[in-house]
Ligand binder design. Structure first.
Ligand code: S3P
Length: 434
């Protein structure tokens, strides 16, 4: 699949399930690879990004097996990891690279990590700087330590006390994975709550993280026990179906068995504030993660202001907020979201350009967008810019545009949601992959 072809859609109706959560899948594989023994992961996201984490672990001497949809990870434990015999290719996956740098920080060998053109633009200094304070050496390219990066691990890591300059779950997680290898207690403070899957999952692998508000403590050296993990559906994937249902008239879509961790539900809060008819309910906790059902019905939306602590809680769904804002009455302002410039693409620029080409009134600001709505959208020929979420968000916009929208470079959707087009089409959307 290289392009997504989208036409003005008939109503979307039905019940859907989405593939496993990407963030939780990466962590389940990586913590399984750090633990000594056999870990089992059900509901794993079999998509490009997470396959990069599996391939990286295999290079470290971890045995990876797939039984049907279940992942089994057998490892000697991180103290038994071997130096990778080749460059570790993290593809498009920032999560693989940043979390792995944390895990490798205490290993007594050298490893080089690289990625695709998108990942090669992304800053690794945010992990390299604090990991260097612990004793690891990381060198990269350019002013922000971009990939390829080489890490020389330090077998005697020092514990760290560190305040993150930006709310980032990837950085926080990297420091926790390094911290558990250091002799003593590391203390990490975040400026705003970011997704807490690592903290939750480490407990299941036998390493408690003490959480006091925005302060996290982990004490090492700690060994991980193997665990069984059930990965819930990915709310970030479900968000595309939810947004489509809200936008396309006369639609109603329910997504079942989706992760509803409160550090991830900012998008639901934003659309509720926009006046969306949305019902969501946590039904159970699975492997320490709340799971439930979300139902979205097409709605009249109004403009909102989004900023502050909502930003990290909705970070991956902000491209969809921009799409919804084009159909909302009045002004939507997204602010304090400059982190979007550091994602798989510069998402502030990519979404502003894409939506403007479709006729929307979007002003790009240094830290967000000002969007005036509602404006009718027209089909356009757009490019994914090596960014899965840009590709899918623009495809959702295409469902309410007049005529045909073509998203080129759409193979990148396989990064996180390979069944995106099929899932939407099963609900009645006019989307084709070609
Ligand atoms: C992720 C954290 C977020 C998010 C990314 C996945 C994770 O990034 O945008 O898609 O799995 O930890 P940051 O850590 O840069 O905020």
């Amino acid at each position: 699949m290289r392009t997504l072809i989208v036409r003005t859609s008939e109503p979307l109706r039905g019940v859907a399930r989405v593939p496993g959560d990407k963030s939780i899948s990466h962590r389940a594989a990586l913590l399984g690879g750090m633990a000594r023994g056999e870990s089992v992961v059900r509901g794993f996201l079999w998509a490009d990004d997470c396959l990069r984490t599996l391939a990286a672990l295999a290079l470290l001497g971890v045995e990876i097996q797939q039984y049907g949809e279940t992942l089994v990870v057998r490892s000697p434990g991180y103290p038994g990891w071997e130096a990778p015999a080749q460059v570790v290719d993290c593809g498009n996956s920032g999560t693989t690279m940043r979390l792995l740098l944390g895990a490798l920080a205490g290993r007594p060998f050298v490893a080089t990590l690289d990625g695709d053109e998108s990942l090669r633009q992304r800053p690794m200094d945010r992990v390299a700087v604090p990991l260097a304070m612990m004793g690891a050496q990381i060198t990269g390219q350019g002013s922000a330590c971009q990939p390829p990066v080489t890490i020389v691990g330090c077998p005697h890591l020092q514990p760290l006390t560190y305040s993150l300059p930006v709310a980032s779950a990837q950085v926080k997680s990297a420091l926790l994975l390094a911290g558990l290898q250091a002799a003593g207690t590391s203390v990490i403070m975040e400026p705003a709550p970011s997704r807490d899957h690592t903290e939750r999952m480490l407990a299941a692998f036998g390493v408690p993280v003490r959480v006091q508000g925005r302060r996290l403590c982990v004490t090492g050296p700690a060994c991980l026990q193997p665990a069984e993990v059930q990965v819930p559906g990915d709310l970030s994937a479900a968000a595309f179906l939810i947004a489509a249902a809200l936008l396309v008239p006369s639609s109603e879509v329910t997504v079942e068995e989706v992760g509803l961790n409160p550090t991830r539900t900012g998008f639901l809060d934003v659309v509720a504030a926009m006046g969306a008819q949305l019902h969501w309910q946590v039904q159970e906790a699975s492997s320490g993660e709340p799971v439930g059902t979300v139902t979205a019905t097409s709605s009249r939306l109004r403009g909102v202001r989004v900023g502050g602590e909502l930003i990290p809680r909705a970070i991956d769904e902000l491209p969809l907020v921009a799409v919804l804002a084009t159909q909302a009455e009045g002004e939507t302002v997204v602010e304090e979201a400059q982190e979007l410039r550091k994602k798989e693409s510069d998402r502030l620029a990519a979404m502003a350009a894409g939506l403007r080409a479709m006729g929307a009134a979007v002003t790009e600001r240094p830290d967000g967008w000002l969007i005036r709505g509602p404006t009718p959208l027209r089909g356009a020929r757009l490019h994914a810019r090596l960014d899965h979420r840009v590709a899918m968000a623009l495809a959702v916009a295409g469902l309410i545009a007049e005529g045909e929208t073509v998203i080129e470079g759409a193979q990148v959707v396989a990064t996180s949601f390979p069944s995106f087009a099929t899932c939407l089409a099963q609900l009645g959307a006019a989307v084709k992959a070609a």
